[in-house]
Design a protein. Structure first.
Lengths: 620, 344
């Protein structure tokens, strides 16, 4: 049966986009395709990690994938000893991250690992609640220690205190030491990130497959609704905004939020009245930690958190205030959610007989037990910790600007984290010498070169996959964490081969319902204000913070996303049709296209094409 | 007004004409499977067309008789029952006359189509003639061949005939209370087309298709059919006429959202009363018993006939709960066992 098996483009045949020549020097050699491993690498599947890194990798932000490259894979390979999987490899192609799973298929090796895996994983499942409580303590402590790390510009003179206390070392020494602790802290959090995640997803996946085998038509959405937590920390930021909107109306200050003024101006206006100041005080209380909420996936510094950029939460507040003023009840009823979740579970249970009822109940109970971790780790790790982590890097960037080595604070993101050691050393040397050094020129030049390359990356469209797919995608981490399975690969192959000749695009059915409307292709959260009411959001992927527009859109279509992606979860919450994992939606669809989105079948149909923008006609 | 459904009494097994509402499963040899189905529908609280049953006992008498013709006594009994139907709206009510064989409609062998149906029969003489034709058809050699093919005996008791008011359906079709191919119990499959259900049952049109989740009541899938023909009651209530469906109506759904919900409710109610896995024929339209108002009628119910070859192709669900706890199940999955392979 070879007829269906086709390949993606050979990763060794990918051309460098114009303007990106020499890009390879931005990244460590071990992450690039190289002749040494050509024979092996070109026979493997490499899929684009659109879910976590939809944008090109900034060299500093590579810290994130490089962290999970060790932490996630160590858990798979060395800690749990998953019988069927080794680590997931990384390669960078024109700035974009590609991943490749590795399976163990030797029965003897699998048999050897299985009892080890069973013993270790069972320990976690059997002690889940206790381990999770401890996990929260560890994660919170890690975040507190990160917060405490401060990067301050080197003073003109070493403080007198160093002498009076006879310290011996200096503030420049501290700077390097703190940077080490800072990197260690990120590595530490990456371990916590994956400590329980594979097992939790595994439990969920097993329940999902149990449901599918009995009810072939069951959607991922329904399974998620049976399992999803009710009072989930991940949704607290949004819940706090709803509460603040209600308070603003109660205090009679809603107009300041709906006026369309920028957050600064709105805040200034609120500061002029007693009631306004009361509301602002409540806002301040909410900010830590709930505004450590990124507008991206948590893997890119450029997607700022609410704490840094108040525009997204203020846009949401304006919308919520209007809805409160219209008399809508914004506060989600937990009882209603709980009743709905039980109604669905009871409905399915009632269709089963005998042992299957017990099987369903046991798997559902265990999935519900582990699922709060899946939802909540996202807030602790990607939102709270990562937002602080990226901001600290900016703080360090300002130190290097003050030292004269960088032009602006966000230059630092164009340097690999281990290059930053070199820059810090040179800053220390410059500070020690007290005379000009070449460092003040070389790093700025290098950053300027890399900025140009990065701009060239952004104009390149990474294909969803490269290389040769296996007959079946079975590696459990790929399936559960990345939402990629044999069907996904087939869809991508079809889309690559045919370029959707019949105006149809296939994705995963993520949230049921059918909607027709005009497409708005949005790549960045900052572009969301262009959205008009009722338009269909077409995006690479959505993060929870995009939820602020879900009240206004007609449907959502995302390139990435898996069985539990954010777009899917939020769409369900808002009752919107959603299709995720189209792979190519943002490339194939254009703003202005009239679409029909069927969230029950995963089909997006182009009803009418928008006129091609100038310069694009030739390509089409 | 005579309400045939609630007339007092019990089917004795001896009468020539029986009250449909009294037809219980144990009377299958007497009134046939279809009539038992109608009785079940009535007792399950569904609206069914007003009807009566000419019993298999009457058929056996007819068959034994030297001339094979209706006796005066039987003619009078049928005419009386038909007259009671006509009292519904004071005219010669158009009816459907259908065979209700005592061997038909079992889960093992669906005899659909092997027997006769006459639609739009009006007037006592016509009704009598069609009852006789049903019986003549049952003696036809091709029915004998079907029996032989299914290892059924030559005479399993005979053929009853149902006479029921004809619903002049605006839309009609079939409900499967679970997915007939995948066996998914959470899905109700509804097939629907314009006009009488014969276009759907006879496979003349590609009907609209809806798959509805019983639990959430959301549409899982829908497919617009190509409904180029519809059958409606002919003028004067004599016969039904096939007529072309104009293109705009071909492109329109044959049932509305609220009607789909009513059909889904019907499926759920019937499963609750009669058990899982039913195949239900239905129609929405006016009938004498509703005094010309449109209503949803259940026309027939039987167990879904599942092709055993299809059943064996379905992946077998993993055997949860048999010597394996939920953690063991999950560990097995993460250890790489595919669901349903039965390993471990």
């Amino acid at each position: 049966m070879d007829q269906g098996r086709r390949s993606f483009r050979n990763p060794f045949d990918i051309e460098t986009p114009p303007g990106a020549e020499g890009w390879e020097s931005m990244y460590p050699a071990y992450l690039l395709f190289g002749e040494e491993l050509r024979e092996r690498d070109e026979q493997k599947l490499w899929f684009f990690d659109q879910m976590h890194n939809p944008e090109p990798l900034y060299p500093f932000d590579l810290m994130m994938p490089e962290s999970w490259l060790v932490s996630l894979n160590q858990y798979t390979t060395r800690v749990w000893n998953l019988p069927t999987a080794l680590g997931i490899e990384h390669r960078i192609v024109n700035g974009y991250l590609y991943l490749s799973p590795n399976v163990i298929d030797d029965p003897a090796a699998m048999a050897e690992r299985e009892p080890i895996f069973a013993q270790r994983a069972r320990h976690y499942f059997e002690n889940w609640d206790e381990i999770y409580a401890n996990w929260v303590a560890k994660a919170t402590d890690c975040i507190e220690r990160l917060k405490a790390i401060r990067f301050e510009p080197l003073p003109d003179r070493e403080p007198l205190d160093t002498v009076l206390r006879a310290r011996g070392t200096t503030t420049a020494f501290d700077l390097l030491a703190r940077y080490s602790r800072y990197l260690e802290n990120m590595h530490e959090m990456a371990y916590y990130h994956f400590e329980m995640l594979n097992l939790a997803y595994g439990a969920y996946l097993t329940f999902l497959e149990f449901c599918r085998s009995h009810f072939p038509a069951i959607t991922d959405d329904l399974v998620a609704r049976m399992v999803a937590g009710i009072d989930v920390i991940l949704y607290r930021p949004d819940a706090e905004l709803r509460r603040l909107a209600v308070r603003a109306v109660e205090l009679g200050v809603g107009a300041a939020l709906t006026s369309g003024a920028a957050p600064d101006a709105a805040t200034a206006e609120l500061g002029t009245t007693e009631a306004g100041r009361e509301w602002l005080a409540e806002l301040e209380e909410v900010k830590d930690p709930w505004f450590y909420y990124t507008t991206g996936s948590g893997y890119c510094h450029a997607k700022r958190a609410w704490i840094d950029d108040l525009r997204p939460p203020f846009a949401a507040l304006a919308d919520y205030v209007r809805r409160v003023e219209r008399g809508e009840d914004l506060v989600r009823s937990l009882d209603k959610l709980r009743a709905e979740r039980d109604r669905i579970a009871d409905g399915y249970r009632g269709l089963l007989d005998g042992d299957d009822v017990t099987g369903f109940d046991d798997l559902l109970a265990l999935s519900r037990q582990v699922f709060p971790f899946v939802e909540n780790h996202n807030f602790y790790v990607e939102h709270w910790h990562h937002s602080i982590f990226f901001n600290k890097a900016r703080e360090l960037g300002a130190v290097l600007v003050a030292a004269g080595l960088l032009e602006q604070d966000d230059d630092i993101y164009f340097l690999h984290r281990y290059e930053v050691y070199q820059v810090l050393y040179e800053a220390e040397a410059r500070w020690a010498l007290g005379v000009p050094t070449r460092s003040e020129y070389t790093w700025r030049e290098e950053v300027a070169r890399r900025r140009q390359i990065y701009a060239a990356f952004e104009k390149w469209n990474p294909p969803p996959a490269l290389g040769v797919p296996p007959e079946k995608v079975t590696e459990p981490i790929t399936v559960t964490l990345f939402g990629i399975n044999t069907d996904t690969i087939q869809r991508w192959l079809a889309a690559e081969a045919e370029g959707s000749p019949d105006g149809r695009l296939l994705g995963l059915a993520a949230s049921p319902g059918v909607a027709e409307g005009v497409a708005r292709v949005v790549h960045q959260v900052e572009e969301l204000d262009q959205l008009e009411d009722g338009e269909i959001l077409v995006c690479p992927l959505t993060a929870p913070s995009w939820s602020i527009v879900f009240a206004r859109i007609g449907a959502a279509v995302s390139d990435g996303g898996g069985i539990m992606s954010h777009a899917a979860i939020v769409s369900r919450e808002y009752g919107l049709p959603a299709v995720v994992a189209t792979g190519v939606g943002t490339r194939v669809l254009r703003t202005g296209d009239r679409l029909r989105v069927d969230g029950g079948t995963g089909v997006v149909t182009v009803l009418e094409r928008a006129a091609a923008p100038a310069g694009e006609a030739a390509r089409a | 007004m005579t309400d045939l459904h609630v007339a007092a009494g019990q089917t004795t097994g001896g009468e020539q004409v029986a009250v449909t509402g009294h037809c219980l499963p144990e009377h299958v040899n007497h009134v046939g499977g279809k009539a038992v189905g109608l009785g079940s529908l009535l007792r399950a609280g569904q609206r069914v067309p007003a009807s009566f049953v000419v019993t298999a006992g009457a058929y056996r008498e007819y068959r034994r008789g030297p001339a094979q013709e209706l006796t005066q006594e039987l003619r009078a009994a049928i005419a009386g029952a038909y007259a009671a139907l006509c009292e519904l709206d004071g005219t010669e009510v158009p009816v459907a006359v259908r065979s209700s064989a005592t061997v038909e409609d079992s889960a093992e062998a669906s005899w659909a189509g092997q027997f006769q149906t006459f639609l739009g029969v009006s007037g006592t003489e016509e009704v009598l003639a069609k009852v006789e034709e049903c019986w003549a058809a049952a003696l036809d050699p091709h029915v004998g061949a079907y029996r032989a093919g299914h290892q059924l005996g030559d005479d399993d008791g005979g053929v009853a005939v149902i006479v029921q008011e004809l619903v002049d359906a605006r839309a009609a079709g079939v409900i499967f209370t679970q997915h007939p191919e995948t066996g998914d119990r959470s899905i109700v499959v509804i097939e629907s087309s314009h006009g009488l259900g014969e276009a759907v049952v006879g496979g003349e049109v590609v009907p609209d298709l809806f798959e509805i989740n019983k639990i959430t009541r959301q549409q899982h899938r829908s497919r617009l059919g190509t409904k180029h023909t519809e059958y409606r009651l002919a003028g004067g209530g004599r016969g039904v006429r096939a007529r072309p469906v104009d293109p705009a109506r071909q492109q329109a759904w044959s049932v509305s959202e609220p009607e789909l919900m009513a059909l889904t409710d019907m499926a759920a109610a019937l499963e609750a009363k009669l058990g899982r896995g039913l195949d239900v024929e239905w129609a929405i339209g006016a009938a004498p018993s509703t005094h010309g108002t449109e209503a949803l009628f259940a026309l027939q119910v039987r167990p879904i006939t599942v092709d055993p070859r299809r059943r064996s192709q379905r992946p077998q669900p993993p055997a949860a709960g048999r010597g394996q706890d939920a953690i063991g199940h999950i560990l097995g999955r993460l250890a790489g066992r595919e669901p349903g392979t039965g390993a471990g």
